[in-house]
Ligand binder design. Structure first.
Ligand SMILES: Nc1ncnc2c1ncn2[C@@H]1O[C@H](COP(=O)(O)OP(=O)(O)OP(=O)(O)O)[C@@H](O)[C@H]1O
Ligand SMILES: [Mn+2]
Length: 553
């Protein structure tokens, strides 16, 4: 049984249909050839009878061999058919299966090849990939002992309201907010909706906990909760909307602007590239797989342009930008500094559009954030180079400037550059932190929409912070090495992780070439660190040991 959508199961049917067809066509051609051979035979009559009897026996034998081969192939087709449905995302694997079965019909020795390919496919099956992901997250490197989180290390605290205050707020909210549910939560954690649990779970060190029990409820709500409001989000260059849910949760919606398989146009500069909704989703998964947990949860969702945006928006500027395209698709373009025009409209097909839904961080009035300009920011100019591109001792200078002169800020920035290199994101001009935690805190990895634009090329300059500073967290290096092993292969665990997103029903979130690019780039990162270790006398010059307490690492 296919686990996926009609379209993919149709593809599977067509695939296996083609498969059998090709096989039958080959056999038909063989029989036809044999018939024509007989008619041109020129042997004497008696010999012909004898030969005929022998040839009849031979044909019978051939038929038996052929039929048993046929049965074998059909049973193999059926078993592969099942696997290929689960792996509908993997054209490379499908090609190799169809290739080996065609050759099997002509040579039994190739059966062995088919057997091994089938085995490989089975080993790489979805269930196996999930097992890899599970094993990865259960590995001690993902469960390192962490310092106790003191009261002051939580971003927010629940304040118990006075009874009258609570009552008046509830009345105000239920009386004034159309489409919202009455508030039923109080100081007790069991009453909190998933978005509030997420906010209350943000600490000085991470956006959410490893194996956070709230994560699935949160992502499920982002993916399916009713949308009661959609307004444009100011800030940034490209159009995005803040969506609100009946329980007051919110998400940042970034619509699909390009097809997943489309590589970035080579003539576009990194700063004028379109953003990708699937990059926002994949970045969340990658960040989590790397063990950082610094991206707020993001899921994919199909949004109804009319019912879930146009009909409910209170944003008058946005409302004026809706139109129906010549082919009848519902479109809008909003107002922003890049690509907000009829030529770059965001259109449903005909009514629904894919997009990413990122869990909104707590409002700035509750938890203000500080935006930091990256020392390795690009010039955002077609002609100028940034200082880090020309100065050989650039890192030495950075290391002397606060906040890079102490604590983990530099290695945290290097973690971010590793994430960016893996997903080929050149657009990391700023990063943010929560003001409350000062300089001693994690970096929030927001805005990943310009990642995963190119799989056929790697961009070495993204790794400049690592190359120039030759410094890396020990825990990061160990996890990178783990992800380069076949049993935890980065592309496999990413494929498994991304297959949990609802948008796989439309198509895989990352194409196979993007997944392979991750493995290739991971090798480059590990090699870069290896080179650093060779260049330095002491390992401690390169490795920032953040896990001395971790036994056996
Ligand atoms: N999940 C989130 N929760 C709250 N605020 C967010 C979230 N994601 C992004 N923001 C804020 O929204 C603003 C714009 O977001 P983002 O940088 O993703 O948009 P953008 O259009 O891609 O920006 P740019 O063009 O600068 O790359 C930023 O100021 C950021 O702080
Ligand atoms: Mn952006």
């Amino acid at each position: 049984m296919c686990r996926f959508d009609h379209e993919s199961s149709r593809r599977c049917e067509v695939f296996s249909g083609l498969f059998i067809c090709r096989y039958v066509v080959n056999v038909g051609a063989c029989l036809h050839e044999r018939r024509s051979c007989r008619s041109v035979s020129g042997l004497p009559c008696t010999m012909r009878v004898c030969t005929r009897r022998r040839s009849r026996m031979f044909r019978l034998w051939l038929l038996i061999v052929f039929l048993s081969l046929h049965l074998l192939v059909v049973s193999l087709v059926l078993s592969i058919y099942h696997t290929s449905c689960e792996l509908h995302s993997n054209p490379d694997i499908q090609t190799s299966i169809s290739f080996s079965v065609q050759t099997t019909s002509t040579s039994t020795s190739k059966m062995a090849t088919l057997g091994s390919v089938t085995q490989e496919v089975e080993m790489d099956s979805a269930a196996d990939a999930f097992a890899k992901l599970e094993a990865l997250f259960s590995h001690p490197l993902y469960n390192l002992p962490t310092p106790p989180v003191s009261d002051g290390d939580w971003l927010l605290k629940v304040r118990t309201k006075k009874k009258e205050e609570e009552h008046s707020t509830q009345q105000w909210l239920s009386a004034n907010e159309d489409g919202y549910d009455p508030i039923v939560w109080n100081a007790s954690a069991e009453t909190h909706p998933p978005w509030l649990r997420f906010h209350l779970g943000i600490s000085r060190w991470q956006m959410y906990q490893h194996k956070d029990p709230n994560l699935s409820a949160l992502t499920q709500q982002l993916a399916s909760h009713r949308i009661v409001s959609a307004v444009q989000k100011s800030g940034g260059t490209q159009l995005k909307l803040v969506m609100s849910f009946p329980n007051y949760g919110q998400a940042l919606f970034k619509p699909m602007k390009q097809e997943r398989h489309e590589e970035t146009n080579v003539n576009l500069y990194y700063f004028s590239d379109f953003e990708r909704h699937n990059a926002e989703i994949a970045a969340f998964h990658l960040d989590r797989i790397l063990g950082f947990r610094r991206v707020p949860p993001v899921v994919g969702r199909l949004i109804h342009v009319i019912k879930e945006i146009k009909d409910i928006t209170t944003d008058h500027k946005l409302a004026t930008t809706f139109f129906t395209s010549p082919v009848g698709n519902a479109c809008f373009y909003g107002q922003c500094s890049y690509y907000c025009s009829t030529e770059h409209a965001i259109c449903g097909r005909p009514l629904k559009i894919e997009g990413s839904m990122a869990a909104m961080l707590p409002d700035l009035s509750l938890a203000s954030r500080r935006s930091w300009r990256s020392p390795w920011r690009r010039s955002y100019s077609r002609t100028k180079l940034a200082l880090w591109e020309t100065e050989s001792n650039y890192c030495d200078a950075v290391k002397k400037i606060p906040p890079y002169d102490r604590g983990t800020r530099l290695v945290d920035l290097i973690d971010l550059s590793i994430l960016d290199f893996l997903m080929s994101n050149m657009d990391r001009h700023h990063y943010e932190t929560f003001e409350k935690f000062g300089n001693s805190t994690f970096l929030i990895h927001l805005d990943n929409g310009r990642a995963f634009g190119r799989h056929s090329k790697d961009e070495p300059s993204i790794l400049a912070p690592l190359v120039q500073c030759c410094r890396v967290r020990r825990s990061t290096l160990l996890r990178l090495r783990l992800l380069s092993l076949p049993s935890y292969r980065l592309s496999d665990v990413m494929r498994a992780s991304l297959s949990q997103d609802p948008l796989v029903a439309v198509a895989p979130l990352l194409t196979e070439p993007h997944l392979s690019a991750l493995d290739r780039r991971l090798e480059t990162v590990i090699q870069t660190i290896q080179d650093c270790l060779q260049q330095h006398q002491h390992h401690s010059d390169v490795i920032y040991d953040d896990i001395t307490d971790y036994l056996g690492a």
